[in-house]
Design a protein around this ligand. Structure first.
Ligand code: G3I
Ligand code: 9MR
Ligand code: ZN
Length: 547
């Protein structure tokens, strides 16, 4: 039995809804004065298919006064305390972004930037090709592949997931630059360029190393197997450059084109290099068919296998069309071809990046793909309306169906919020408000308005999760994890020993989660689960600059 709220809080002028598992009369209590400022009654029961239970809505949208509050039911049951404030997501946004700094590989994290979460430089040894490792070549060629962000709770660095994270982040910057002028307290702080862009540059510079002389891009840089739970600087396993894949190459082309546009005024030389790299990747794509990737026998680091590279090629063509005016007709031809294929065009995840094509076509101020815009708009709004309908059917006001609780379901939650934000930006008045409200409901779920009463961001909310599947968190000897990490979240068919031991078969999808460091299938962290949350919070605080 409980009353579940967004534990961080609500914007004064937005809709404010909490959920309880029982019908009641309730009061909204100001936590500082202990006075009731509003009382009401829950809405009629609604069955929630994802949570497998009946729930009741608590609406206190009429309260706009900033402050700290909690909800008190007639039977004495209380919610967590939360804030109502215009700046309620500012610290969250900053910490979600600072999390990327903590993933930096190849440099030491010093106390002046990392606080108590320091560690020495990691993974600085040269890498070799996988073939040489497998054949035990006596004198393998060695390469400096240092840099980039650790992907997740493991120390691997993978091209496509990195590109997807940068996609979320750089589009957020393109759309909400004011909101992302933050002091992140990173080594580059104080330079002319915004810290946000400096942090992204750390990954981009590494990613440039992932391009082969052919123009194709290596799928990943990892050890042969996942290592034990040790600090990154203690990991001396050989890192290997795995073969080129067409998926990695197309994601790389897209994100380098995007980066060359974003950094043009700040770092013209880097922007030129990024564009040249994107063109080389594009030329490789034009002369090579699908090249997949599977782990070699015995290797278990992240596979990120993808049977279809057309959505990645679609994104690359849409991005290059916007950025590289010189070769526009070539990109346009391909964009039209890929657009005519039955690709989803609404997803922003590593298996399906086609939503990024929709996003970039529709936000392009120069309308480079004008005659495709109508079709893309139609697809976008169809999906946005489907998501709104899902929320209407959901007791938790969440645009998720039971089958959507995949590994990393919180990314699905956040990506759907991104799509709704985009729909809101591209529509007017009441329509825009409707999509914005729906987008915000996704954030409320992430921050505690869910069947487990848990905030899926470390350090944010009275009941924030604390035990991410993250080697650093486990090995650093510090009790609490760094703040600002998004958990993968509930997975309807959890597949790790910790989750299997804790979650009974038949548990409702929204409850298939365990806050256990061992649970990689429900409680890991990754760069591309944080990045869409940065996008969301950048939007919901986009009118203000923060320091
Ligand atoms: O492709 C099928 C699809 O056809 C089907 O409809 C769907 C239904 O569940 O499943 C799809 O495959 C899933 C795939 O992700 C794509 O979404 C798999 O079941 C699922 O197990 C797989 O999970 C991935 C997991 O690695 C295991 O491969 C996660 O998305 C991915 O985020 C995760 O990535 C790991 C890296 O390998 C290593 N680093 C950490 C990172 C996060 O846990
Ligand atoms: O820690 C690894 C995590 O990053 C991956 O997402 C996950 C799936 O690839 O694998 C984790 O590593 C486990 C390995 O697969 C099996 N042995 C135990 C490892 C740590 O729990
Ligand atoms: Zn490292």
């Amino acid at each position: 039995m409980g009353i579940y709220v967004n534990q961080v809080g609500y914007l004064p002028n937005a809709e404010k809804v909490a959920v309880s598992t029982f019908p009641c009369n309730f009061q909204l209590i100001c936590a500082d004065t202990q006075h009731s400022v509003f009382d009401g009654t829950t809405s009629p029961a609604k069955e929630d298919a994802c949570a497998g239970e009946n729930v009741y809505s608590i609406d206190f949208s009429c309260i706009h006064t900033p402050g700290r509050y909690y909800i008190l039911a007639g039977n004495g049951e209380k919610s967590h305390t939360f804030q109502i404030d215009d700046h309620v997501y500012d610290e969250l946004k900053k910490n979600l972004m600072k999390a990327f700094y903590y993933q930096r590989c190849g440099c030491s994290l010093k106390s002046e930037h990392a606080g108590i979460y320091t560690h020495d430089a990691c993974h600085t040894a040269p890498s070799i090709f996988l073939e040489d490792y497998i054949s035990k070549a006596p004198n393998p060629e060695r390469f400096d592949m240092t840099g980039g962000w650790h992907d997740a709770g493991d120390f691997g660095r993978y091209t496509s997931p990195g590109a997807v994270a940068l996609g979320h982040l750089l589009y957020a910057y393109e759309l909400f630059p004011k909101s992302l002028q933050m002091n992140l307290n990173i080594p580059e702080s104080g330079s002319a360029m915004p810290d946000f862009l400096s942090e992204c540059l750390y990954e981009l510079k590494w990613m440039l190393k992932m391009q082969a002389p052919s123009g194709g891009c290596y799928h990943k840089l990892t050890s042969f197997n996942h290592i034990d739970f040790i600090m990154p600087e203690e990991d001396h396993a050989q890192f290997m450059i795995y073969p080129v894949s067409s998926m990695a190459t197309a994601d790389f082309a897209a994100v380098m084109a995007l980066a060359s546009r974003i950094y043009k005024d700040w770092l013209p030389d880097f922007a030129a290099d990024a564009l040249a790299a994107a063109r080389r990747a594009w030329n490789w794509l034009e002369t090579n068919p699908y090249v997949g990737f599977y782990n070699p026998e015995g290797s278990n680091t992240g596979e990120y296998d993808d049977e279809c590279d057309l959505d990645e090629r679609l994104w690359a063509s849409a991005e290059l069309l916007r950025t590289d005016k010189e070769n526009a007709p070539d990109y346009y031809k391909r964009l039209k071809e890929y657009s005519a294929m039955s690709l989803g065009k609404t997803d922003f995840g590593w298996t399906d990046v086609s939503g990024f094509a929709t996003l970039t076509v529709l936000i392009d101020p120069s309308h480079s793909a004008k005659d495709l815009e109508e079709e893309y708009r139609k697809i976008l709004f169809q999906e946005a309306d489907r998501l709104c309908q899902l929320q209407k059917n959901s007791g938790y006001h969440l645009a998720m169906a039971p089958e959507d609780f995949v590994w990393g379901s919180n990314m699905v939650v956040c990506n759907r919020s991104m799509l709704l934000i985009l729909a809101g930006l591209l529509s007017e008045k009441e329509e825009s408000e409707k999509y914005r409200t729906a987008a915000l409901n996704q954030l409320h779920y992430l921050l505690g308005c869910n069947a487990l009463d848990i905030s899926y961001v470390t350090g944010f909310g009275e009941n924030a999760f604390k035990n991410p599947h993250n080697r650093v968190t486990f090995a650093d000897g510090i009790d609490l994890p760094m703040p600002g990490w998004v958990s993968g979240g509930p997975f309807k068919t959890p597949c790790d020993p910790a989750a299997e031991a804790a979650i009974a078969p038949g548990t409702a999808p929204m409850k298939c989660y365990v806050d256990d460091v061992g649970s990689y299938s429900t409680n890991e962290i990754t760069i591309y689960w944080n990045s869409p949350a940065v996008f969301m919070t950048a939007f919901f605080s986009s009118q203000k600059e923060t320091s």
